[in-house]
Design a protein around this ligand. Structure first.
Ligand SMILES: [Zn+2]
Ligand SMILES: [Zn+2]
Length: 245
C-alpha cells in the first residue's frame, strides 16, 4: 500500500512522517495492529530530471499526440500535464526542463497508464527497453522487421555520416542503417531523419562488413537517405543530453 506525506524529522534511526490529509489512517492502523510491518519510503531528493526521462516523456507524448489526432505535441503536453495534476492532486507548476526525478518518474508512470487505458499503440517504452537489452536494431535487420513497428521490413535505409565523406556506395561500411517497413520509410522521408530518430528514439546500426554482407544476401531494397550530419561525438551527445523541454 502506498501512502504519501512529508518527512518532518529524523532522530537517530527514527523518522517522523506527517501523512497527507487523505491518507487512510484506519487502514494503516489495521496494518500496524501490534505488528511491525515493513515499509519502504521514497524521498524526493530534489535531483532534477534526467535526459533519459525527458526523452521517454517526449517520445510518449509524441505517440499520444498522434493517436489523439492532435498533431500538436505542445498542446497535447499541456493537456496531459493538466490531467496528471488532477489525477494526482498536484497543483504546482512544473517543467520537464527542471522538475525532480521523482516527479518525472511519476509522470512516466502516468503516461504508461494512459497508453494502456486509451489503447495508444505502445511502441516507445517496450522498444526502448528491448533496444538496450537485446540489440533490437540488429535483430530487426536479421529478421527483416521494422525497427519502429515490427511489421515486415523490406527496406534497409542507409545513412551516410558526416559531411564531405566519400560514400562507399557498394559496402556502406561505417555508415548507419535501419530496417524499415514501407509506411515508416515514407514517414521518414516526410519528416526528415533527425526528427524521425528523435520521435521514435531510434539510433540506427553502424554497418560492419558482416552487416554489409547480410544486406546483399538478404535481398534488401537498399535505399540511401539523408545524411546524418553529425560527428560521432555530437551523435552521442544528441542522444544523451537533449536540451529541449
Ligand atoms: Zn514500420
Ligand atoms: Zn528512402
Amino acid at each position: 500500500m502506498l501512502f504519501s506525506g512529508v518527512l518532518k524529522r529524523i532522530n537517530k534511526r527514527w523518522a517522523l512522517i506527517h501523512l497527507d490529509k487523505d491518507a487512510d489512517i484506519d487502514k494503516l492502523s489495521m496494518l500496524l495492529d501490534g505488528k511491525t510491518p515493513s515499509v519502504d519510503f521514497n524521498v524526493d531528493d530534489e535531483r532534477t530530471i534526467s535526459p533519459d526521462q525527458r526523452k521517454k516523456i517526449h517520445a510518449m507524448i509524441g505517440e499520444i499526440d498522434v493517436h489523439m489526432g492532435n498533431y500538436l505535441p505542445e498542446m497535447t503536453k499541456v493537456q496531459l500535464k493538466e490531467q496528471f495534476c488532477v489525477e494526482n492532486e498536484y497543483y504546482h507548476e512544473f517543467s520537464f526542463s527542471d522538475c525532480s526525478i521523482s516527479l518525472a518518474n511519476k509522470f512516466i508512470e502516468f503516461l504508461i497508464d494512459y497508453c494502456l487505458r486509451e489503447n495508444v499503440p505502445f511502441l516507445t517504452m517496450p522498444l526502448d527497453m528491448i533496444q538496450e537489452q537485446y540489440n533490437w536494431d540488429m535483430k530487426c535487420l536479421e529478421y527483416r522487421k521494422c525497427i519502429i513497428c515490427g511489421k515486415h521490413a523490406d527496406i534497409a535505409h542507409v545513412y551516410a555520416v558526416g559531411i564531405g565523406r566519400n560514400r562507399n556506395k557498394i559496402s556502406h561500411i561505417g555508415n548507419y542503417v535501419m530496417a524499415l517497413c514501407r509506411e515508416h520509410h515514407t514517414t521518414q522521408h516526410g519528416i526528415g531523419i533527425k526528427t524521425f530518430m528523435k520521435k521514435y528514439q531510434v539510433k540506427g546500426l553502424k554497418i560492419t562488413p558482416e552487416i554489409a554482407e547480410m544486406l546483399k544476401i538478404g535481398n534488401y531494397q537498399v535505399n540511401t537517405g539523408d545524411p546524418l550530419v553529425v560527428t560521432d561525438r555530437s551523435y552521442t551527445a544528441f542522444w544523451k543530453g537533449e536540451k529541449s523541454d
